[in-house]
Ligand binder design. Structure first.
Ligand SMILES: [Mg+2]
Length: 239
């Protein structure tokens, strides 16, 4: 079989392998309902975003940090008047988020199955360690991956260190993911290949400006994960 240089294909997990953003959006909408007696919807959303972004370097990504940010937002927006039973409802929301069944995105299983024959497969995800481990365990696709890495941030150094750790050259590595900021740009920054698979909604913290994007050559985009199969075939034929 004709093969390109790529030996390892890495995948982001949330909103690349399975649905995730909806779980946060749903919890957020319950949270907004709880506070609409105090403020209007747009103000609650923008305040929650502000608190979340302020807290990322302290709590990291994932449901637990999100929960603490919801509680902090509720306290701030009600000037301390939020009741114990309402905080309890926020914690219940968070437990429901952590127990949400995994919904794989279309063609994920089939694509991994067919790539597995020719490539080393990796998953690189950020978030709560326990939550991400649990999601992989429940996903029924964990066995396709040679390595699953749960990291606290996805910066160029994060990728460089992983490639070094697994002895992978930058020209042998391909990353696929839904977040330009976390999955694509830092990988391009270290000289490796990354392809964007946009998801229908992107959390505000993961958004990048057109100005930031100008620094990069045109970014390859797939509409579905299975597009990687013909792409690999076509790129193998290039000189
Ligand atoms: Mg993602």
């Amino acid at each position: 079989m004709l093969k390109n240089k790529i030996t390892t294909i890495a995948f982001d997990a949330d909103d690349t392998l399975w649905r995730n953003e909806e779980i946060f959006m749903q919890a957020q909408s319950h949270f907004i309902d709880m506070l609409t007696g105090y403020h209007d919807k747009a103000y609650i959303v923008s305040h929650l975003e502000k608190v979340q972004i302020r807290n990322i370097s302290i709590f990291g990504y994932g449901v637990k940090g999100f929960t603490l940010s919801m509680i902090e937002t509720a306290i701030e927006l009600t000037e301390g008047r939020i009741q114990g039973h309402e905080i309890h409802s926020i914690i219940e929301l968070s437990k429901a988020m952590l127990a949400t069944p995994i919904t794989l995105l279309p063609n994920v299983k089939e694509t991994l199955q067919s790539l597995k024959k020719d490539y080393q497969l990796m998953a690189i995800t950020k978030g709560d360690l326990l939550d991400q481990e649990g999601k992989f365990a429940r996903s029924e696709i964990a066995h396709f991956f040679d390595y699953i890495e749960i990291v606290s941030e996805k910066k160029p150094d994060t990728y460089a260190n992983l490639l070094h750790q697994y002895q992978i050259n930058t020209d042998e590595f391909l990353m696929l993911g839904n977040s330009l900021k976390s999955d694509i740009l830092p990988v391009l920054d270290i000289g490796a290949m990354a392809i964007h698979i946009p998801y229908h909604s992107t959390w505000v913290h993961e958004q990048v400006t057109a100005e930031e994007l100008q620094k990069y050559p045109s970014i390859v985009e797939f509409s579905n994960i299975s597009d990687v199969l013909p792409w690999l075939k076509a790129s193998a034929k290039l000189p």
